[in-house]
Design a binder for this molecule. Sequence first.
Ligand code: FCB
Length: 443
Amino acid sequence: MNAGRFPEGFFWGTAAAAHQVEGGNHANDWWAWEQIPGHIKNGDRSDPACDHYERFAGDFDLLRSLHQNAHRLSLEWSRIEPAPGQFSKTAIQHYADVLQALRDRGMEPMVTLHHFTNPSWIADAGGWETPDTALRFANYAERVTNELGQLARYWVTVNEPTVIAYQGYVRGEWPPGKRDLGAAARTLVTLLRGHWLAYERIKMRQPELQLGLAHHVRVFDPARFFAPQDRIVAAAFNRVFNNTLLQSLRRGRLAFPLTRAGHAGGPAPSQDFFGLNYYTRELVKFNRHYGAELFGERVLPVGAPRSDLNWELYPEGFYRVLRSLQREGLPIFVTENGIADAADVRRPDFLLTHIGAMLRAIHAGVPVRGYFHWTCFDNFEWAEGYSAKFGLIACDPVTQERRLRPSARLYAEICRNNELPVSVELPPAPLGRVEPAGPAELR
Ligand code: FCB
């Protein structure tokens, strides 16, 4: 076998989220948040985004022409259940059409049930801080999979629970804009319970569906390798941000430090595959002034390559994370991996080195089954608005013109051949001198 080749049947696609691309989502907490000056860069709003709600068929034609054989998308809960217990036939039919459109093009859908946005009525009832939200989410998840389960085999319950808790309840930069560690822990617990309940309910009726969760896993390394205080703080970050959730899912009960927030448990296993979102690593340096952030100041290696958002580009971390996930014993889908790079100067290398790192992991025995690049079209990048350009394809929210970046063609070549075009050497990890991470771009 050619060393650059991927296993037969590998899924190649892109990932997107309803609120970031659809336009017209006015009944959720994000839309309300966007109306308040200062919340979103340049005062941007998520309508019209890519107008994908109307243009999905043409968009899928384009992705198929780029040889993608799979696509990850999310459903907008507020469209499907605009009021408690009231399900919209029109919205469900719309998503049935969307999934059918993918199938017609030979693209395997992977469907996310919750990608950051909550219906306004959920937010008004206290969002994920309220334990009842887990049950309401499970009701929605059950209804949707009953209606659409025939059209998609792969389902992601929740996208990035820890990011939701961190951004919304620790940093306060996303709705509901709180800075309250207790609320963050309660939120994470309810998200986990929502996943557990949804898993049980869906599997009971449709055991053939493959369910997972999309985890944002980040590498945390000590800024000064030999400084014990940096090592302790980096380990604490790793524990809280990565491992608490993984361990809770592995065992079917809440792991430290969530144990105090409640005693709920769930089934184990509750994932048929592991969904990995990998973007970057952070170096962590002990700083006694950073009490609210576990005494960790996040820094960047001097001279490290970065994205437009100042995230370190660190393909070796992708390899390390994939290797560390081997112990989960689950097939893995890379549900997101990408770079903000408006000029498309770093993305080609990003693609080659990250996909190369993934291939190395596969050769080392990690069961990776597919890769969804984040993302197809430039879209509404949450608090960054339209300023962060993650698309393989540029999309102008005013004219709605789609324009391929060179990377789109490079990725198409990889998808078509199921193979890397060149052998890729991974650069050595730059460790040593560090500098402050800069404004609040890291998340
Ligand atoms: C991930 C989110 C996704 C997008 C990318 C850049 O954390 O899941 O919606 O914002 O980051």
